[in-house]
Design a protein around this ligand. Structure first.
Ligand code: C2E
Ligand code: MG
Ligand code: MG
Ligand code: MG
Length: 292
């Protein structure tokens, strides 16, 4: 009897593992087809200088337009694709597609626009990243200084010496580096000193709490002052309210993004609105009114 029960529970555990593994395999194969069939594209979220209110550039955010399921957000597929060989392919597609888009903008008279591209942990440690990036920069004739790679803390802390080496090779190309979602991982301000970084992005959870919680406000203030003293710039993400914008600006946070300033715009719509984004130069009302 006891043996049977054990056997049954083992089987149950085993089959649930198989289910997860199967879902992963299925997601990977669906995503592979999706890439071939051009179902992925980018949404661009504006990034502005908080003091001057000028447009600095855009963060490229991947979107999956599934023919039957509709719009699928990265949170629904990126975690599932992590550690698959396809995730790397998709990451490289984002770099190739993003630099081409930037080149199109340059070709149409829009210069000095920064493009922030998210890099997964797997891509960050992939030996071909620096060379691929360099190839795409040359192929698309874009200014490397306009490309900023966003890395998360988790990708960096596992091997600081290795991370530093990779970051140096990326910066040697002339590209910029941002630490994304700062404050959610190990967040040691001392490791920031060791890492060759240009920007630190404060995670939006702190911004979300900053008006109500003195703790969040204090954390933000100390990140800004320490990062600034180290000669780097701070970007706040998730600015949704004018009062957050004002407080961040008073705390001398350099740049910001968030729904208040503008939601991510599908790349196909970017062209319709570029004149307003770029020619106006100064943000005076939510860019989100231009959104679909
Ligand atoms: P992230 O890099 O921290 O990107 C910011 C996320 O916050 C985006 O979600 C953006 O739409 C959202 N956001 C911006 N402003 C606001 C705001 O004011 N309020 C709120 N509530 N949210 C705001 P999204 O596009 O769903 O992306 C989620 C995450 O997926 C990203 O977080 C990033 O880690 C990952 N991701 C997105 N695109 C890519 C990509 O091309 N490659 C890789 N490897 N990861 C990506
Ligand atoms: Mg990011
Ligand atoms: Mg972020
Ligand atoms: Mg975030």
């Amino acid at each position: 009897e006891a043996k049977n029960t054990q056997g049954a529970s083992f089987k149950l555990y085993d089959s649930s593992m198989n289910l997860r593994a199967m879902q992963k395999v299925q997601m990977e194969s669906e995503a592979r087809i999706a890439l071939r069939e051009d179902q992925f594209n980018l949404a661009l979220q504006p990034l502005i200088d908080l003091k001057t209110r000028k447009l600095v550039g855009f963060e490229a955010l991947i979107r999956w337009h599934h023919p039957t399921k509709g719009l699928i957000m990265p949170g629904q597929f990126i975690p599932m694709l992590e550690n698959t060989t396809f995730m790397l392919e998709l990451d490289y597609w984002v770099i190739a597609h993003g630099t081409r888009l930037l080149s199109d903008l340059n070709g149409n008279g829009y210069q000095d626009i920064k493009f922030a591209i998210n890099v997964s942990s797997a891509q960050f440690t992939d030996p071909s990243l620096p060379h691929f990036l360099q190839q795409q920069i040359q192929l698309n004739k874009v200014d490397p200084a306009c490309i900023c790679l966003e890395l998360t803390e988790t990708a960096l802390v596992s091997d600081l010496a290795r991370a530093t080496k990779i970051m140096k090779s990326i910066r040697d190309l002339g590209c910029k580096i941002a630490i994304d979602d700062f404050g959610t991982g190990y967040s040691s301000l001392s490791y920031l000193k060791a890492l060759p970084t240009d920007y630190v992005k404060i995670d939006r959870s702190f911004v979300a709490g900053m008006l109500e919680h003195k703790d969040d406000q204090n954390i933000i203030a100390s990140i800004i002052s320490m990062v600034s003293n180290m000669g780097m710039e701070v970007i706040a993400e998730g600015i949704e309210e004018a009062a957050q914008y004002d407080m961040l600006s008073q705390l001398n946070c350099h740049q910001g993004q968030g729904y208040l300033i503008g939601r991510p715009i599908p790349e196909a719509n970017l062209w319709n609105h570029l004149k307003e984004y770029v020619d106006n130069k100064i943000w005076t009302r939510p860019f989100s009114v231009l959104n679909d």
